[in-house]
Design a binder for this molecule. Structure first.
Ligand code: ADP
Length: 489
């Protein structure tokens, strides 16, 4: 297989070159013998040397020049009856002949070298085309297929001989074939080629008629006055299938998340009613039968009241969590500096009591977000930074970084508190997960960070942390919501 029929090697390769060269050498000598002036024979020796170009040996042309020169000299000494009496004319003729023969040899050598280079470049290109995993199809200006590599044979199902010489339209469905005609027409009329070098998606057609999606890049190739187009084609059926499967999975996951949120809402909503009844009855029982019951009975009924209250709190949290996933965001332009000011204003007693110093490292930006939800995020992170801090002076730094860990526009809340061991970094975002069990009564319910994460997710952001036990923790998060997200997620 060759790149194109028009850049194949000269046909002379197919003849018996040695026989041709030998005959030319003999013919030159006979001619010299018959017309012994040395010039006519020299002309034939020139062709003899040129014939060496087509032999596979590198410097054979110089050997041929040597043989021709020797025969020319031999002719001078051994061919009798010279028709010219003046010796100097004969000597000059034969000397000039020999000079021309060597000049011809040099030219022939140069031609041979350039032919070898062309052949090597051609072999190189052929090897690349043959071993390419992409289909490569070469066509001329009329759309006729000139070359069809092994990957094309595998992809389209046509053999090399079946495809070469056919119009490239056999490789595309009707609709694209018409487009292709228009493309070539346009090229003929204007000389301008469209889509050159661009990667385009279209449909290919196999020999058996089946169709498949493909990526194609078309390049132009000009050799002399001929223009060819080279198409590099890749079957993208698998990629499209994978994309469809991924979309389907995302769809299914969204639906199942929605179903889970709905389930959590309905279950917790329905649980609330009997629980309320249980709590009320336990309370009435404690009030009305306190004197009838002994100390142990009263303790147990108190415990029952505490537990039902706790369960009510847990269910409320669950309800709120499911609502966070279900409710629309009220997206609006929000100045985070003002927001932090409002939050610290609401917890100013706590800040004073606990000797907290809140530093805004640099002015915080104004962003598009659900103002109340993002306030909840900052409130949770700030109160945690105070709660989980054993230092006499509690420091909280709030900052906005253009880049952090490969993410852009990152908010950070840093404290000098008790820190979190690395093994708990993922766990703390789980609902009802608390690390400081021994202080359970005084502390929260283990839902704050779960809500924070859910709110950040709803804003298409991410949250992560860096922490060192005893030194402190920094929470980082991004917010990527836009105006158009002002609908149900
Ligand atoms: P809660 O504060 O109600 O327990 P959270 O979900 O807010 O629940 O936090 C989960 C756990 O993560 C906490 O119990 C605490 O152990 C740990 N934690 C959260 N924030 C910090 C912090 N800034 N420093 C140290 N530990 C923290």
């Amino acid at each position: 297989m060759t790149i194109a029929t028009d850049i194949q090697s000269p046909k002379i390769y197919n003849f018996a070159p040695w026989a041709l060269s030998s005959s030319l050498c003999l013919a030159g000598f006979l001619y010299d013998w018959l017309t012994p002036l040395g010039v006519a024979g020299g002309l034939i020796y020139t062709v003899f040397i040129l014939s060496g170009v087509f032999l596979d040996s590198n410097r054979i042309v110089f050997l041929f020049a040597g043989i021709s020169s020797a025969l020319t000299i031999f002719g001078y000494f051994h061919i009798p009856d010279s028709i010219v009496d003046t010796q100097w004319i004969i000597v000059l003729n034969r000397t000039m002949t020999i000079m021309v023969l060597w000049a011809t040899a040099y030219l022939a050598y140069a031609i041979q070298q350039s032919l070898h280079k062309t052949k090597a470049a051609q072999a190189h290109t052929e090897a690349i085309i043959k071993s390419a995993i992409d289909s490569i199809v070469l066509i001329n200006e009329r759309g006729k297929i000139l070359n069809f590599n092994p990957a094309s044979i595998k992809l389209f199902g046509y053999s090399f001989n079946e495809a070469v010489g056919q119009n490239v339209k056999i490789l595309m469905p009707e609709h694209y074939a018409r487009q292709h005609d228009q493309f070539l027409d346009y090229y003929f009329k204007t000389g301008q080629e469209r889509f050159m070098g661009e990667n385009r998606q279209m449909i290919g057609k196999r020999k058996d008629g089946s169709e498949f999606p493909m990526d194609i890049t078309v390049g132009k190739l000009t050799a002399g006055n001929q223009t060819h187009f080279i198409g590099i084609i890749r079957d993208i059926s698998k990629r499209i299938e994978a994309e469809q499967a991924r979309d389907q999975m995302i769809n299914d996951l969204t639906k199942s998340n929605q179903a889970l949120d709905d389930f959590a809402y309905i279950a917790s909503h329905d649980l609330k009613e009997p629980l309320r009844g249980l709590a009320n009855n336990a309370m009435f029982f404690a009030e009305d039968y306190a004197e009838t019951l002994d100390e142990d009975g009263n303790k147990r009924i108190d415990r029952m009241c505490t537990l039902t209250k706790r369960m009510e709190k847990l269910i409320d949290n669950l309800l709120y969590f499911s609502r966070l996933g279900r409710q629309d965001l009220a997206i609006q332009q929000t100045n985070i500096n003002d927001l932090i000011g409002e939050i610290t204003g609401m917890i100013d007693t706590l800040i004073e009591e606990e000797a907290v110093q809140i530093n805004i490292i640099k002015p915080l930006p104004s962003i598009i977000c659900d103002r109340h939800r993002i306030a909840e995020v900052f409130r949770n992170l700030i109160t945690n930074a105070i709660k989980y801090n054993d230092k006499p002076e509690k420091l909280i730094d709030i900052d906005f970084l253009p880049e952090k860990d490969g993410r852009e526009n990152v908010f950070s809340v840093k404290d000098n508190g008790i820190g979190i061991a690395p093994e708990y970094h993922a766990d703390i975002f789980k609902i009802f997960k608390r690390l400081n069990v021994e202080e359970e009564k005084a502390r929260g319910t283990g839902v704050g960070l779960t809500f924070v994460q859910k709110i950040i997710e709803r804003h298409k952001g991410e949250i992560w942390l860096e922490s060192e036990p005893d030194l402190g923790t920094t929470f980082y998060f991004t917010i990527n919501s836009r105006e158009e997200d002002n609908d149900t997620a």
